[in-house]
Ligand binder design. Structure first.
Ligand code: SF4
Length: 526
């Protein structure tokens, strides 16, 4: 296993700390001669799901080889590294640390060599009973190498079990709770798993490939007439369909909640122990609102189209007389387009985003006010001067970013600033892998609508209703988790859970989700 270390990309971007963080991105491929290279491209397409570390494990059927490093996919891997990962099977992972610190030790895939052979795993989501399971395993003598919840799955999976991996996985799934989409590989097998609630997306794709193998004459010259080709079909697992698009793989289907898909020489086999049960589904609705890439399809619905619908609904629910609708780039772009369409108010990109932010070694907070907010977005003053402006964003978490933006618009001479948010207020922390701040820090959990409006300095403020948000997806509300809006958590949440639980479990000095949930004395937004 090889590791590369560099500074975390998210440490380089001060504004990032004010937004809800992405969790992780998964990719896996079986049956392609350049599996590691395609995994690299798959991760490239999934970069928005995690920027702190990236890793690939590949197998030639005999040996698992792994390379991982801190930072963006394009910086971690280069040609020679990918060449050192030969084989027809590979899994890859991009990570934002939803549990455990951001360091190379916690980067994935995690790999073990055990009685059941070599196993590598990539995990997207948060296990809500990981601390308890880990304590239990440690009591029985297990030695952990990392502080991430995903290692618990690996330990459970590595235990001797009579049956194949799908059966032992079924047994593991009976023990773990919370959110998990997984890509797992053995020496010659790729497995995809989605938790019974389906919190995190995972899709199956298929790639038909041909590879010309040029025959050469004695001088090493390629004889065109002797070109022979190898061909085959590879199967792909990915967090989002945008990763399939990049490698020109065909979308086959979403992996169902609770499903285990085993891909090997024999083809694709599926097991779903939860099929036919009354298990509710709970896809994270915030994937549609903010996390997923707009060119991804989730549950057959295009994310950009859903965001346009969110904007249209927002325009219906919170009509305002104005001259211009502007988005908060990038995730607010589509909702703002929908708002403009729905309201008949012209749309304009007044905020210009700098996509090429490198490391900001200095934090010149003393010299430049709101530097963290300004470094990423700049305003075209001429577009807003003297106008009544509607700003559309996908969330207000702590309120500080929205306040800075409204202030920038006022300084540029906007006559009125109306804030519109394309989902309901965030009132509760997420137990399933999204790094929202604690309930005490969530703006909407502690203030009335009027107080928030006043804090951010807008002339008016409107959030989309819960019903409006569900309707925009075209899917029934019963398909979704919306716990960060409602406080109704679809699955049991562990009283010990928080991002650093594995590091802090001996000190118990942290806020727990239970603390936050029970702390209902704070004023709620109407
Ligand atoms: S609590 Fe919110 S962010 Fe977390 S999984 Fe549910 S909908 Fe998604």
């Amino acid at each position: 296993m090889k590791w590369a270390g560099s500074a975390s990309e998210s440490q380089m971007n001060p504004e990032q700390n004010m937004r809800p963080r992405h969790y992780c991105g998964l990719f896996g491929i079986y049956g392609h001669p350049n599996a590691a290279e395609l995994t690299y491209y798959g991760l490239y397409a999934l970069q928005h799901r995690g920027q702190e570390s990236a890793g690939i494990t590949a197998s030639d059927g005999i040996e698992l080889r792994t390379y991982k490093g801190m930072g963006l996919v394009g910086r971690v891997f280069e040609k020679n590294i990918l060449r050192s990962l030969p084989g027809h099977l590979a899994i890859g992972h991009v990570r934002y640390s939803t549990t455990g610190s951001s360091n190379i030790k916690n980067a994935q895939p995690l790999v073990v060599d055990c009685a059941r052979g070599q196993i590598a795993i990539g995990h997207n989501g948060n296990l809500t009973n990981a601390a308890r399971l880990r304590a239990e395993l440690e009591k029985q003598g297990s030695i952990f190498q990392t502080t991430v919840d995903s290692e618990t799955i690996l330990h459970l999976l590595a235990r001797p079990f009579n049956g194949d991996r799908a059966h032992s996985l079924e047994a593991v799934m009976q023990r773990i709770q919370g959110a998990y989409s997984l890509v797992i590989m053995g020496e010659d097998e790729l497995i995809g798993v989605r938790d019974p609630f389906g919190f995190r997306p995972l899709v199956l794709g298929k790639l038909t490939w041909t590879e010309p193998i040029p025959a050469q004459d004695t001088n090493g010259m390629v004889l065109a007439e002797n070109l022979r080709g190898r061909a085959g079909t590879a199967y792909v697992l990915a967090s989002e369909t945008c990763a399939l698009d990049l490698i020109q793989a065909e979308f086959v289907r979403d992996i169902e909640p609770g499903e285990i898909v085993v891909i090997n020489k024999a083809g694709v086999r599926s097991v779903n122990p939860w099929k036919g049960t009354q298990q509710p589904h709970a896809l994270c609705i915030f994937e549609y609102v903010y996390f997923a890439r707009p060119d991804t399809n989730l549950q057959g619905r295009n994310v950009a189209q859903v965001r346009i619908n969110l904007g249209r609904a927002l325009a219906r629910e919170h009509t305002v007389a104005a001259d211009l609708v502007i988005p908060m780039p990038d995730s607010g772009n589509w909702a703002a387009m929908g708002f403009a369409e729905g309201s008949g108010i012209p749309y304009g990109n007044a905020f210009v985003r700098n996509h090429y932010i490198g490391r900001t070694f200095l934090q010149p907070s003393q010299l430049i006010r709101d530097f963290g907010v300004r470094v990423k977005l700049n305003l075209i003053d001429e577009m807003v001067r003297g106008k009544r402006v509607v700003v559309v964003d996908d969330s207000i978490v702590r309120g500080t970013t929205a306040r800075a933006r409204v202030n920038t618009l006022r300084e540029a001479g906007a006559k009125e600033v109306h804030m519109r948010v394309s989902c309901p207020p965030h009132m509760w922390p997420c137990a399933y892998g999204i790094d929202f701040p604690t309930r005490k820090e969530l703006m909407a959990a502690n203030n009335t609508l009027e107080q928030i409006r006043e804090f951010i300095g807008a002339d008016s403020l409107g959030y989309l209703s819960l019903d409006g948000m569900f309707a925009a997806t075209g899917l029934p509300a019963s398909e979704f988790c919306a716990a960060c809006y409602t406080g109704k958590y679809p699955s049991a949440i562990d009283t010990e859970m928080d991002k650093f639980i594995m590091e802090q479990r001996r000190t118990r000095s942290h806020h727990t989700v239970a603390d936050l949930v029970q702390d209902d004395t704070q004023r709620r937004l109407l």
